[in-house]
Design a protein around this ligand. Sequence first.
Ligand code: C5P
Length: 432
Amino acid sequence: MNPTPADRPAFRPEPPDLLAGRGIALGVSGSIAAYKALALTSGLVQAGARVDVILTQAATELLRPLAFQALTHRPVVGDLWAPGSELAMDHLAIAQRAELLLVAPATADRLSRLALGLAGDALDTTALASTAPLVLAPAMEPNMWAHPAIQAHVASLTARGAHFVGPWEGRLASGKLGLGRMAEPETILDHLRWLLARQGDLAGRSILITAGPTREPLDPLRFLSNRSTGSMGFALARVARDRGARVTLIHGPVAQDAPVGVATVPVERALDMQAAVLDLAPACDALIMSAAVADYRPAAPSERKIKKQPGDLRLELSRNPDILGSLAEALAEGSGPPPYRVGFAAETEDLETNGRAKLQRKGLDLVVANRVPASFGAGEHEVLLLTPDASEALQGASKLAVAAAILDRVSQALGASPGTGTDVSVPRSERA
Ligand code: C5P
């Protein structure tokens, strides 16, 4: 069958942020880390969430409710007992409309109160009255965090399904180093997305993604590599996670953090990436190879630093294996259905012809042909999605938008997700 030619390039918008339109109640308790709650609030608002902020009495000693009100454009519960504070009295309505209850920072006192189910202030009562998942970002001195009393409360909250983000190791306000820093707002936001991400057309699917460059050592200090940032693979991981997939990301050295909830396998050389892919691919539903794998590696990497010599130095390079090619052979020998396989092709011209040749040569189900240098590292892309029987052209699309289009194809090919049709809300066992 002749493939359907690509129509005029379609503009593909970015997928919406999972936090957009969601009701988030943010409880702020009285740790000096409360200053980060402002950045968190701002991040939530920018992501499109409806944020109801509840400050504890101690938090109002550190930050004024007005600061949060200015960010959320909504009333803030600052003092439950303030005279005439009719809005404050309405805080139970917050418990009802919250889809997630986040406490950040959560002090030792607040964790203890929540674990015991105390009902002494607006945040306590909101937590008791809400059936929404509870997310806690602790912040306290390392000795307090390590104390058996606090650890017992952490265990009891965890057993009731509360989600902890952090604390992290690092410098604390006291100047000490240790475990007790509040997680950074960006990580907390992404944790919330992950909790909201269980529904979606890829729920129950397992997707393996490769990303970034490989690094081929010359000696202990030097290597050959390329300029890949890994952004495409990380965008794919985020969108697949947001659509409910279980995602594993095999990545070369990159300067970005994986989305929360995505399992990572860091590798260096093409040979390491190949071993990881061959190990994990047979058990996944789809493999998306967005990594820029080095075609060659130094034939004989030196165990010692190569010293400068007078004159030129010649390097001998060996061909790296083609990972997708070797996978086709490995899968042919194995049992079970092969994963849906997606490869990338960076082309300067003849995207369709060259992409189709790659589709066949590498035994792929989908090739994402990118026009370079137009797409290289830029925020806008010109890509062709090539399957054996169709072509789809996208233009002006961001990496997240391209990722969404690729995952549409994957999702269609995999058919009805084993997760759809069942209860897609956050499982009860995960509610505190
Ligand atoms: O052959 P070429 O490098 O143009 O193909 C690119 C596609 O093949 C990408 O999906 C890339 O991740 C994959 N690849 C591979 N093993 C290699 C080189 C590229 O699987 N050694």
